[in-house]
Design a protein around this ligand. Structure first.
Ligand code: HEM
Length: 172
């Protein structure tokens, strides 16, 4: 159960899930722009809406794994404040994309992204990008879940098998 929510030491689950989420929303945003530019308008409008739905679906496990990691952070620390800021911004982005998908269902049916839907998509994407920046600060500035085992032999570094030095570096 712990593995399903947190991954392994050195191989957390949240970061790869964020790639899928950010990828789906990035694709949706590109499709909305292309549709408005008249590039294969009907197809790109369909792809835009379906990619938004895919993004919203994959946001579930992404947010859950991030939340489980967040629960392990000591309250009130700078890391906790950055992570809580990240949580709030990602929730805002998710709500914006949910509103966009809900309000944009008619555009999907009509095969045409309206100006309002494009603006909502772009605003959601801007908020998402800012949340990603904050996620980067959690990992690359605060160093959360980073083991920094520079001299770890490659076979042990990439192995999915638990190794004591990895568990120890993660504080487990
Ligand atoms: C749409 C949902 C979310 C996305 C796209 C997202 C994105 C990211 C990104 C890009 C990182 C940096 C990791 C990397 O660069 O590989 C990160 C880290 C992190 N995020 Fe999120 N995040 C989301 C939701 C959440 C939520 C709801 C929480 C709960 C507080 C959260 C907590 C964390 C934590 C604790 C980290 C540090 C690394 C880790 O624990 O795996 N995230 N997130």
């Amino acid at each position: 159960m712990r593995f399903l929510l947190k991954g392994l030491a050195g191989h957390p689950l949240h970061p790869p899930l964020t790639d899928a989420t950010l990828g789906a929303y990035t694709f949706a945003t590109a499709m909305a722009v292309l549709s408005r530019l008249g590039v294969s308008e009907h197809n790109t409008a369909t792809a835009w809406w379906l990619a938004l739905i895919a993004g919203l679906i994959v946001t579930g496990p992404t947010a859950l794994t991030g939340f489980v990691d967040w629960l392990d952070i000591s309250r009130g620390t700078p890391l906790w404040r950055t992570a809580t800021f990240h949580l709030s911004v990602m929730l805002t982005a998710t709500i914006l994309f949910a509103i966009t998908a809900g309000a944009g269902h008619g555009d999907y049916v009509d095969g045409m992204v309206s100006g309002g839907s494009l603006i909502l998509t772009l605003v959601g994407y801007g908020v998402l990008a800012f949340g990603g920046w904050l996620g980067g600060a959690i990992v690359f500035v605060h160093g959360m879940r980073v083991l920094s085992l520079v001299d770890e032999p490659t076979a042990r570094a990439v192995s999915p098998m638990p190794h004591p030095e990895k568990e120890e570096a993660e504080g487990g």
